[in-house]
Design a protein around this ligand. Structure first.
Ligand code: SF4
Length: 224
């Protein structure tokens, strides 16, 4: 019996994989501790509900009903995704990966082997605030992933969660500038912080509004 590394499975979403009907597999554990994270149960869990075999069995029953699967978490790349992706691909599904980008080696390998079709890459903060917001000192590993995906012209999106007390419009403008300078010229997705009883740093709604009007048009922005 394999380890239960899948915290849970969402059987159906039409929102999380652009233009596709998909399931979501939530993988346990994370190598960040983002202050605003509301998936703390998943981040801190050592064991989930399902094994990989359970997940594959579930997907087997969805052939013809779903287009694909979203590998999310937590941080899915903490686990060895290659055998999982291979078997899911053999069933004919598309695979989207949600990642914070701190495991560039695994991401490169999955992309080079055509085992991933789409990536949503979290850009947590510019270097000066990265450690404070995420609890991680691995900013350059995120950059390595970003640069690889840009150079590869891979189908991916960059997204940032915005909490006005953590990131202001100047920060986002500098982050857009950094993206553009590195060659990213697609849509930049911004998502508003969601307050729950489970946010890792127990942070509340921002004390001030985010100054959307101060954002420059360096990149096309879409708010989610
Ligand atoms: S928001 Fe941060 S801590 Fe939470 S799952 Fe994503 S990367 Fe991990």
């Amino acid at each position: 019996m394999g380890k239960k590394i899948v915290y849970d499975i969402t059987p159906f979403t039409h929102l999380d994989y652009p233009g596709k009907l998909a399931a979501i597999a939530w993988f346990t554990g994370c190598n960040m501790r983002c202050m605003y994270c509301y998936n703390s149960d998943i981040v801190f869990s050592k064991e989930g509900i399902h094994t990989v075999e359970d997940l594959l069995r579930f997907m087997g029953k969805r052939i013809g009903l779903l287009d694909g699967i979203v590998l999310s978490g937590g941080e899915p790349t903490l686990h060895d995704l290659e055998p999982i992706c291979r078997q899911i691909k053999e069933m004919g599904f598309l695979i989207k990966l949600d990642t914070n980008g701190l495991k560039p080696e695994q991401i490169k390998s999955l992309v080079q082997k055509d085992l991933i079709d789409y990536i949503a890459l979290d850009y947590k903060a510019e270097r000066a605030k990265f450690g404070y917001i995420t609890g991680s000192s691995q900013y350059l590993r995120f950059i390595e992933t970003l640069d690889f995906l840009i150079a590869r012209q891979f189908d991916f999106e960059v997204r940032t969660t915005v909490h006005a007390d953590l990131l202001n419009a100047d920060d986002i403008n500098r982050m857009m500038h950094e993206l553009k300078n590195r060659g990213y010229n697609k849509t930049y997705y911004l998502q508003t912080f969601v307050e729950t009883p489970n946010n890792i740093a127990n942070i509340k709604h921002p004390s001030k509004d985010f100054a959307k009007q101060a954002l420059r048009d360096t990149l096309p922005i879409v708010w989610r």
